[in-house]
Design a binder for this molecule. Structure first.
Ligand code: ZN
Length: 518
């Protein structure tokens, strides 16, 4: 059989491709024994893709690079360092000495102050600030435009690579895990941990649980780390450079169901700590502030650790509440398919507890009304998309309560920092969480008339805002609500069905028809 010259070339190219593939795939990567089950599956899956040619964009694989060519494929980014004490310049010089021609980008929120005293002959390093500078063009400030390589490695300030060979192995290893979106390695003394993370946009909540299962791919990695990822994936993130970096990246990963792999071998020597104890303190303090602003930016107002320890990041007594004036009973968060921010619910709970304690103290006859009573019956708490607490009182009992008497003369702030006022909308009272934060409790005065409880102001749009037989208050009973025993009408189910209609307890009406999750 004779081949033309052209056929010979094609045959040679095909054969050498197969040989190269076997060499790199089989010899380098088929080291199954020390890999967890799930990754083995990844590999098999990956091989299938390779055969049907779905790896077009994967230049790492088609052209496996040499140790001397790292700079062609990799850009290193230093994103996190403090102005007041850092090792940015020594880190750059260490990296450049070790990795020939490596491109480094240093990103900061604003120009570091005191300024970094850069040597004049600094090559292949770009310093970029993210703050808005009106006199610069969009191109000048585009970090993504500066990354010309297929891979990006984020390193913390002050990293030290233990050996180029180990570093190279780490980079090459990432190739094997085609479906893993990032590979990370520790840069500090502590081992990295892999908590389980659930994000609920609707509940404004980031939930973390210590991971106890087997090792493998992670949702989220905590600890001092370098993060290797593909530039194309980084470009897919809306907020790729927000700090704290790992937290911000992994929140975005979780939402995309992207997985991270922890590289177990040592690539970096443990990083130096800040020398000055005051600097360490300041760093910790700044880190907390950055976390807070990250949560705010990402619309997360609550961090839950291991089901119990909760940190609220939303509004407080000194800030406005998290939502606008409520129009036609629909708060703004409902149109975004979200429920009441956790901080706001907490503010309403605290205000309600404060009011109930005062009412108990002065023996006022009061009871939970409307949606608040409904929430108490359903789950002993405020309904997740409700935004205030409604309480009824006997109008004549106002005389027994110094706060309700005092408010006749105008709004005032009590010893607990809560603001009392007579509502402008009609004959009822409001207690606000503070004079700035308008999360509140409404207090409606009712009086009996021929055996029926009535009042002077009615909300026409509220079906439940009706007169009702005084018998429901004779006697008053108690119900558990927001961690307290609170006064309520007797025959609660009948009372609620009288006001809202039959089956109201069993059949929640979700706002915007959002279905309950879980
Ligand atoms: Zn709030």
């Amino acid at each position: 059989m004779r081949f033309t010259r052209c056929q010979k070339i094609i045959l040679f190219a095909l054969t050498s491709n197969v040989v190269l593939f076997i060499y790199f795939a089989v010899l380098q990567h088929y080291n199954f024994t020390d890999r967890p089950e799930s990754d083995r599956d990844h590999l098999l899956e990956f091989d299938k893709k390779l055969q049907i040619g779905e790896n077009e964009n994967h230049s790492f694989l088609r052209v496996p690079f040499k140790e001397t060519e790292i700079a062609k494929f990799l850009t290193i980014i230093i994103r996190e360092f403090e102005d007041f004490e850092n090792n940015v310049l020594s880190t750059i010089s260490h990296l450049q000495k070790l990795i020939k021609g490596i491109n480094i980008i240093v990103i900061s929120d604003r120009l570091p102050y005191p300024p970094l005293t850069k040597p004049r002959d600094l090559k292949n390093v770009k310093f970029v600030t993210l703050n808005l500078m009106l006199d610069r063009s969009a191109e000048e400030v585009s970090v993504r435009g500066l990354i010309k390589t297929d891979y990006v490695l984020f390193v913390p300030d002050g990293v030290v690579i233990s050996s180029l060979q180990e570093f190279y192995k780490f980079l090459i290893e990432f190739n094997t895990y085609y479906f893993t979106k990032a590979m990370v390695v520790k840069t500090g003394k502590q081992n990295l941990t892999c908590p389980e993370v659930v994000i609920s946009i609707k509940k404004w909540t980031l939930e973390m649980r210590d991971f106890t299962g087997s090792e493998g791919s992670c949702d989220f990695v905590e600890g001092d780390q370098a993060i290797l990822l593909r530039t194309s994936d980084l470009a897919d993130l809306q907020s790729p450079f927000t700090v704290p970096l790992s937290m911000s990246l992994y929140i975005q990963f979780v939402i995309r169901k992207w997985k991270i792999l922890v590289y177990k071998k040592n690539v970096f020597l443990p990083r130096k700590e800040l020398k000055d104890p005051h600097s360490s303190w300041k760093h910790k303090h700044n880190e907390e502030a950055r976390k807070k602003s990250l949560m705010q930016k990402f619309g997360l107002k609550q961090l839950v650790y291991n089901m119990e320890k909760k940190v609220l990041y939303g509004c407080n007594k000194d800030t406005e509440r998290c939502f606008q004036t409520v129009i036609n009973d629909v708060p703004d968060f409902i149109q975004e398919n979200k429920w009441t921010p956790p901080c706001c619910l907490q503010a309403v709970r605290e205000t309600a507890k404060h009011v109930f304690r005062i009412f108990n103290q002065y023996n006022l006859r009061y009871w939970l009304e409307g949606g608040s009573l409904l929430g108490a019956v359903r789950h002993k708490d405020i309904i997740p998309w409700d935004y205030d607490v409604d309480v009824g009182i006997y109008k004549e009992d106002i005389l027994k309560c110094p706060q309700l008497m005092k408010v006749q003369g105008g709004p005032f702030i009590d010893d607990g920092g809560f603001q009392w006022e007579k509502a402008e909308e009609g004959d009822f009272y409001r207690v606000h969480y503070s004079d700035i934060n308008r999360n509140h409790v409404d207090i409606f005065p009712f009086y009996p008339k021929n055996g029926v409880m009535t009042k002077n102001t009615w909300f026409k749009t509220h079906r439940q805002d009706t007169e009702f037989p005084e018998l429901y208050l004779k006697p008053l009973t108690t119900i558990e609500f927001i961690g307290m025993n609170v006064s309520a009408p007797n025959s609660v189910k009948s009372f609620l069905e009288y006001k809202f209609g039959k089956g109201v307890i069993e059949n929640p009406r979700y706002p915007n028809n959002i279905k309950a999750e879980e």
